[in-house]
Design a protein around this ligand. Structure first.
Ligand code: CO
Length: 176
């Protein structure tokens, strides 16, 4: 058995020696990191248009100031990624969507609800959609029912962590 293995090894060595000049080394090349487990294997163009990723960090900012949702999307997927390292208790972020005139009230009532409720008032009907509160290195995904938006209203997305509203606020636009 040992001899047999040795022969195979020798053959393999010979093969690799032969192919060394012509072929690039591939045997030990690391494979590319797999796409996110959550991502579907094939994404149609419609799906791509009906989703976005928003990043936030320890600098208390979203990396986008607007979310443009196509009116053709029945459902719109938003993934919030916390790119920082600070814990949820110190630099928590969520992404809440509400009518512009409701933003201040939702944030104020969220602050009152406290950390144990992730700064969201239970059963707040002014909220169109919200992610959970996350800390550094975490992410959260929500599906927004676009049927909840109505023409003539202005909508915004924002963070309800106390003190973050002034820095973390953007517009949600329904576009053709
Ligand atoms: Co925040």
């Amino acid at each position: 058995m040992k001899i047999y293995l040795a022969l195979i090894s020798a053959a393999a060595l010979t093969l690799s020696a032969c192919s060394q000049e012509s072929a690039a080394p591939t045997a030990s090349a690391p494979t590319a990191p797999a796409a996110s487990d959550a991502a579907p294997a094939a994404v149609s163009s419609a799906d791509t248009a009906c989703q976005t990723v928003i990043e936030a960090g320890d600098d208390m900012k979203y990396n986008k100031t607007e979310i443009n949702i196509s009116k053709s999307c029945k459902e719109y997927t938003i993934t919030l990624k916390h790119m920082g390292t600070m814990p949820k208790a110190a630099m928590g972020h969520d992404l809440v969507i509400a009518k512009s005139e409701d933003v201040d009230g939702v944030a104020k009532d969220g602050a009152t609800a406290g950390a144990e409720n992730d700064f969201i008032k239970a059963g707040d009907e002014r909220i169109i959609a919200n992610t959970k509160l996350i800390g550094g290195g975490e992410e959260a995904t929500i599906k927004v029912d676009t049927g909840k938006f109505s023409a003539g209203n202005k909508y915004e997305f924002f963070c309800t962590f106390p003190g973050h509203l002034a820095m973390m606020r953007g517009t949600v636009n329904l576009v053709d």
